[in-house]
Write a protein that binds this ligand. Structure first.
Ligand SMILES: *Cc1c(COP(=O)(O)O)cnc(C)c1O
Length: 390
């Protein structure tokens, strides 16, 4: 018999009734320190009073009107994003997958409007994750996500992660775009070196290919800059954002330069819910808090503190851990045991972490986690690792 909920997830036997900052609390009152943050979503922690206020204030006014009308909250969010980034224009979505889908469509439309409708090839990298739509799984290309789903959307070629020579050989003036995460999330917290991101930008400039960055997981302050590509000093033509931008409310966006978006006229794309007042009221508040130099400086300071403590943890448990990787508060512990074992042992210490590919356990705390909570998290990881040695 099939469960009432379509059984596509392998869920832990845990449920949470409420949350407070970096803590998720079960119905019996047990408090779990949350280093998953709903997979890099709850950037300001659970039940953040400012976000609760933004949501409830809007909830008392109007929830949904559709894009048949002006939506001032959507306009405000878009203007904040444009004001803080490379982008000239924004389409608001409900999720990262929808953002990826539009990014792909925008690339195709761009070349079609330029009189090159056959210029559809998008180069991607192994280990990528762009969501679960038929387009997004075709883009990522992994067997795990695509098996059984029939003929895939054509036009993607997957290259080995970080292999600039392979990219240089593959890219040409027939390439529509290069698409990647500046720091792979699901792929195992794998940062693209700043220097390599600059080379990718240069290859795109040389061939005219658009650079599409997926910052759904690594964006919104996670790496200590508002967007991860800022570390490399380059800008994309198109960028996908989601997860953290809603702080827990479903929200995503595609950001683009005027040139990259030039094919997208009235009627070329749409979404019923996308950019609705509730989501945009919350997203605006998240942007106001996170797109702030002092806030981002704290993310950097805490990221460095966390990393230093994790290096000590790895040194203390050489049979369990291999190394620490990541940027800011997007951290990964490469494991010598199965990462799911580490995640399970951490549950026993009332600590939430998230497994990823490449033998990595992800640590993606709320960006406003305190120093004390970081110390506590490492103490719990230490106890969890000790049980795995025993
Ligand atoms: C989670 C994720 C997505 C998909 O976002 P959804 O909101 O789950 O649709 C796309 N790209 C990256 C890098 C992600 O981490």
């Amino acid at each position: 018999m099939i469960d009432a909920v379509l059984p596509t997830y392998n869920r832990a036997p845990l449920a949470f009734e409420r949350g407070e900052g970096a803590w998720a609390i079960a119905a019996d009152g047990t408090r779990y320190l949350d280093l998953g943050a709903g997979i890099a979503v709850n950037v300001l922690g659970h039940a953040n009073p400012e976000l609760v206020a933004a949501l409830t204030e809007q909830a008392g006014k109007i929830w949904h009107v559709s894009n048949l009308y002006q939506i001032p909250q959507q306009q405000r969010l878009a203007e904040l994003l444009v004001g803080s980034t490379f982008a000239d224009t924004v389409f608001v979505t409900n999720s990262g997958t929808e953002a990826a889908e539009l990014a792909i469509k925008m690339v195709r439309k761009y070349w079609s409007e330029k009189g090159q409708p056959d210029r559809i090839e998008i180069l991607t990298f192994e280990g990528a994750f762009h969501g679960r739509s038929t387009g997004a799984i075709a883009a990522a290309g992994s067997e795990k996500m695509t098996k059984g789903y029939g003929p895939l959307m054509p036009g993607f070629r997957t290259l080995p992660w970080g292999d600039l020579a392979a990219l240089e050989a593959a890219i040409s003036d027939r390439t529509a775009a290069v698409m990647l995460e500046p720091v792979q999330g699901e792929g195992g917290i794998r940062p693209m070196a700043d220097e390599d991101l600059r080379k990718i930008r240069a290859l795109c400039d040389r061939t005219g290919a658009l650079l599409v960055l997926d910052e759904v997981q690594c964006g919104m302050g996670r790496t200590g800059r508002l967007f991860a590509h800022e570390w490399a000093g380059v800008t994309p033509d198109i960028m996908m954002v989601a997860k953290g931008i809603g702080g827990g409310f479903p929200l995503g966006a595609v950001l683009a330069t005027a040139e990259a978006a030039s094919g997208m006229g009235v009627g070329s794309h749409g979404s019923t819910y996308g950019g609705n007042p509730l989501a945009c009221a919350v997203g605006t508040r998240v942007m106001e808090i996170v797109a702030d130099d002092a806030f981002l400086a704290e993310v950097n300071r805490k990221g460095a503190l966390f990393r230093q403590k994790l290096e000590g943890l790895v040194a203390a448990h050489p049979d369990v851990f291999e190394d620490v990787r990541g940027v800011g508060l997007m951290l990964g512990l490469r494991c010598k045991v199965a990462p799911t074992e580490v995640v399970a042992a951490a549950y026993d210490e009332h600590l939430l972490t998230v497994p990823a590919a490449d033998n990595v356990v992800r640590l993606l705390p709320p960006l406003n986690i305190s120093d004390e909570e970081i110390t506590e998290a490492v103490a719990r990881l230490d106890r969890a690792a000790t049980t795995l040695e025993g």
